[in-house]
Design a protein around this ligand. Structure first.
Ligand SMILES: [Fe+2]
Ligand SMILES: [Fe+2]
Length: 175
């Protein structure tokens, strides 16, 4: 869980960096900068857990470095609304991903994971995931508010980005 979440927050930070490279000086800049700052905070917290629990980071980090930035740049080049549509798609997938992790942390026996005691990683990890999840939901709402749903080819664009996000999650949780 720590590995895939660190990878996801890393990817998110890179997406916003790519979007900001294109949309600096536009009305989108302020919202993007704010969201990017929160992603940096999320990433910092999972980076700390990676070290504390000696988790091997995903070997795909270089791919997320380039791929996240490219996704951010490409969507921003399609316009501000497309950039926000990207956020809507990514955050929707992440919300679901975090929800399923929270479910596993609440019922470790059902998921086949040995139960952990009250002093275990479970409680702080679940709290961090829930904190991040709330921020991601807020990002999605900001992106909707800024017209992301009116982006050209919204359905096709978000379907593609969701597929990419799910694949990235699937891969990062394994390698
Ligand atoms: Fe995040
Ligand atoms: Fe986010």
């Amino acid at each position: 869980m720590i590995r895939v979440n660190q990878a996801g927050e890393y990817g998110a930070a890179r997406i916003y960096a790519g979007q900001l490279a294109i949309l600096k000086g536009t009305p989108a800049e302020e919202a993007l900068t704010e969201m990017a700052a929160q992603e940096a905070e999320h990433l910092q917290k999972f980076n700390r857990l990676i070290i504390e629990h000696q988790v091997r980071p995903t070997i795909l980090q270089p791919l997320w470095h380039v791929g996240g930035y490219a996704l951010g740049m490409l969507t921003a080049m399609m316009g501000e609304k497309a950039a926000h549509a990207c956020t809507i798609a990514v955050e929707e997938v992440i919300d679901g991903h975090y929800q399923s992790q929270l479910k596993r942390l609440e019922s470790p026996i059902d998921s086949g994971i040995p139960p952990l005691n009250a002093h275990s990683i479970n409680v702080p990890l679940a709290e961090l995931i829930e904190q991040c999840r709330q921020d991601e939901i807020a990002h999605k709402e900001t992106a909707i508010h800024l017209g992301g749903r009116n982006a050209p080819a919204y359905a096709a664009l978000t379907t593609a980005i969701k597929k990419i996000s799910r694949t990235a999650i699937w891969l990062s949780s394994r390698i």
